[in-house]
Ligand binder design. Sequence first.
Ligand code: NDP
Length: 303
Amino acid sequence: MVLDGVAIAAEIKAEVKKEVEALAAKGIKPGLAVILVGEDPASQIYVRSKVKTCGELGIASTMITPDASISTEELLKIVDGLNADDEVDGILIQLPLPKQVDTKRLLEAVRPEKDVDGFHPINVGRLQTGKGGLAPCTPAGIIEILKRTKLPIAGQHAVVVGRSDIVGKPAAMMLLNESATVTVCHSKTKDLAAETLRADILVAAIGRPGFITEEMVKPGAVLIDVGINRMEDAADVELYFPGNTARAEGFAKRGYTVIGDIDPRAFAKASAYTPVPGGVGALTIAMLMQNTLTAARARRALA
Ligand code: NDP
């Protein structure tokens, strides 16, 4: 079964839109402020997409675009202003930030109630203790995919490959909160295949194209591929997507294709899997919208 992230994201966005409309009837408009430092092309695409989705759902959005040379102190002033702004329910600082900026200090300066990325230590702690708070969007999207397709989590053995603060660790914590038995793997894991072969639910958040191969997957497993990697070699496209004309045509048009961390040839062994693109990645913005709504409701005491 293909787990259609685009369809699930559309479902979530429609629910958020309906709730935003209900708030509008009470004279409330949730607001998201996005800080985009510099001109990183990938970040620009992500931010544009976030702002566009806000517009579609009736959420107000502001974009603050300081120059790449901005200092930590100057950015802290911007964050302070947004923290105090009553119209702003969510603050998102697009990462990565330029080298001279103290990212940790900045993320910790965002008021936890407005931290729609879920990166503030207070929200990390709340996730750990299972007590509400705002959860990181990509891992939250993974849970939504599993729940909305009614795939069991409780009692399943979930193996998460990757332990970043943004994906791996919070994904592991959320799976644990859903009563999965969780194993977290990383670059120092001794026998990775032995671990992944035990997975009923395998989450790959590594950042290496096609890294999880067929031999590393238990038959019938649910495969959740978080990786987003560019593939620029035509021979690799033929190797990983043999006979896939849509891929070949897309590659011919753009000069690259996107592949996850799981070798697509392993999908045949799975009971369900998220494709790349169109899987987990599709959920991230929908969950950001959901978090902005949650933040607005909580902050305005409507929860
Ligand atoms: P990081 O680079 O921060 O983390 C990668 C993790 O993979 C690390 O924990 C690392 O281990 C582990 N790892 C690296 N090599 C190996 C190996 N050989 N064996 C086992 N583990 C290994 O990446 P992110 O978590 O930020 O992102 C992971 C992927 O997800 C990327 O492809 C990224 O593009 C994608 N992504 C997609 C999003 C979306 O769908 N919207 C959002 C965020 C990310 P160690 O800690 O030991 O170094």
